[in-house]
Design a protein around this ligand. Structure first.
Ligand SMILES: *Cc1c(COP(=O)(O)O)cnc(C)c1O
Length: 240
């Protein structure tokens, strides 16, 4: 990837969208009496070029995220001064790669991932902030989980316990994606209750990663501390 001259039109567009997203956050916070300073906006740059990630960083957005290792490692190498969040489903054999550039992994949902990430983080001597991804897709009628990863709520505690002796993994909280075909609000309230419960034993686990372009207001009203925003910042994606 060659450094193209910065595209002034694109910069202006990203600046405008960033302003709009920050305004939505501010308004949503005011409505529920929260301070927007407690919210971290993560720009999800998937499918967009590293030059966009660089522009967002220049515009003052320090936290960026990706959902696929292949794409993430290229952008993280191109934009090393950002704080990189890995938010996608993670295969165990990618743990080594992800631990090299990610500061935060939002999608831990299996015991073997914890083992693999701890080993990888130890190798690089990098501490990783970890969120346990919870599936809010469970259909009570079938008990079948949705396709997007996450543990069922009753498994959260077990993963938290497994992380206790980990030297390089720091449990910071929970992450979830709203269900695809039901309203976000009940799911986010459920997530918020799970978070409260987790914090009784793990007070440090006070991050709540919830809220995307379409549902950030609901997430904020349910206590989200980390918003993962793609489309509203970068534009509509064809897919992904
Ligand atoms: C793509 C993605 C986002 C961003 O979604 P938008 O609707 O574009 O804001 C957030 N979280 C995860 C896990 C994603 O894969």
């Amino acid at each position: 990837m060659n450094a193209a001259p910065p595209d002034q039109a694109r910069r202006a567009q990203l600046a405008e969208r960033l302003g709009q997203v920050r305004e939505r956050i501010e308004t949503a916070c005011q409505r529920v009496g929260r301070d927007s300073a407690e919210i971290t906006l993560i720009g999800i740059t998937k499918t967009y070029p590293a030059s966009d990630a660089e522009l967002l960083l220049e515009l003052g957005l320090r936290d960026l995220g990706e959902n696929r290792d292949q794409e993430a490692k290229v952008k993280a190498a191109a934009v090393p001064n950002a704080r990189w969040h890995f938010v996608g489903q993670l295969q165990r054999n990618k743990a080594n790669s992800v631990a090299a550039y990610a500061d935060v992994v939002h999608s831990v949902d299996r015991p073997e991932l914890i083992v693999a990430l701890e080993r990888a983080a130890a190798r690089y001597q990098r501490t990783l902030d970890i969120l346990v991804q919870v599936s809010l897709d469970e259909r009570p009628d079938t008990g079948v989980l949705g396709p997007r990863g996450g543990v069922i709520p009753t498994q959260v505690q077990a993963l938290a316990r497994q992380m206790e002796p980990c030297r390089w993994l720091r449990l910071r909280g929970l992450m979830a994606v709203a269900p695809r075909d039901s309203p976000a609000m009940p799911a986010f309230s459920q997530l918020s209750a799970l978070s409260k419960k987790l914090r009784v034993e793990y007070p440090m686990a006070n991050w709540l990663s919830a809220g995307m372009s379409g549902d950030m207001e609901d997430a904020i009203s349910c206590g989200a501390t980390h918003l993962r925003i793609g489309g509203a910042l970068l534009g509509k994606r064809a897919q992904g």
